[in-house]
Design a protein around this ligand. Structure first.
Ligand code: IPE
Ligand code: IPE
Ligand code: MG
Length: 240
């Protein structure tokens, strides 16, 4: 299939995985895997925008990742600080709108401010929407949403009979973002690791053994080609 004939999914979600194993295989410290992984994220944002993908959601740090060593977590936070500044420049230059999902309140003040700034200063951009999932966990997202739902129920803004799937989704961090069409997970792991559980009810899954730092445009196109060969079905009905 020629690349020009590809049907491009509107929303691609990625679980980047294998940074640590990539580094280990090369005899490098884990941190170097994360450094390379960040470069891959930057390239992937550009590739996705050029391919015409409208939404790209990347899992950068999960609610469970705090359990890693203090050294690794603080290394990741510093990388995050560094790449936030670069991302702002890239987003402005390439008309990318940046959004973040996850509970940002747990981060250091400067990181929270950085995330807010990224969102605020790119909110009117009309190209790719790049969504970074940080301190994100699907269960945590649903619980936070449900707490707000209960508050709205108490204040009278929400009645039980008004609750439906659409309304529920509006309480999630992803409110207003269409569900992912395609999920890519690298490094050979085949699980969701608490990622977008509600949103991926009908998403097509693509797994590759490649470690995240080695992921590139060719791999992205391969995933989209595989997606193109599938017949998407919702409840037994084939969709175009
Ligand atoms: C993904 O790579 C990056 C994050 C989860 C932050 P890993 O750090 O999980 O790498 P592996 O799975 O140990 O190889
Ligand atoms: C998932 O990767 C989380 C992110 C990519 C941020 P992990 O490597 O943390 O997931 P598990 O522990 O293998 O499920
Ligand atoms: Mg991992």
């Amino acid at each position: 299939m020629g690349e020009e004939n590809l049907r491009i999914p509107q929303h691609v979600a990625i679980i980047l995985d294998g940074n640590g194993r990539w580094a280990k295989a090369k005899g490098l410290p884990r941190h170097m895997g994360h450094v390379e992984g960040c470069k891959t994220v930057e390239r992937t944002v550009e590739d996705a925008a050029r391919l015409g993908i409208r939404y790209l959601t990347v899992y950068g740090f999960s609610t469970e990742n705090w359990k890693r060593s203090e050294e690794e977590v603080s290394g990741l936070m510093d990388l995050f600080r560094y790449y936030m500044v670069r991302l702002l420049k890239i987003a402005k230059a390439q008309n990318v709108r940046v959004k973040s999902i996850g509970d940002r309140t747990r981060f250091a003040k400067d990181i929270i401010e950085g995330i807010n700034r990224l969102e605020e200063e790119t909110k009117d951009n009309t190209g790719l929407t790049f969504i970074i999932a940080v301190n994100y966990g699907s269960r945590d997202e649903m619980i936070r949403g449900m707490k707000r739902m209960l508050q709205d129920a108490q204040s009278g803004a929400l009645a039980a009979e008004d609750l439906n799937e659409e309304r529920f989704a509006s309480y999630l961090d992803t409110a207003g973002i269409p569900d992912p069409d395609l999920l890519i997970r690298t490094s050979g792991e085949m699980r969701l690791s608490n990622y977008l559980l509600w949103q991926m009810a009908y998403t097509e899954f693509y797994f590759t053994d490649i470690y995240w730092p080695d992921f590139n445009r060719e791999e992205l196109v391969k995933a989209i080609e595989k997606y193109n060969k599938r017949e998407r079905r919702f409840g037994g009905v084939t969709c175009s």
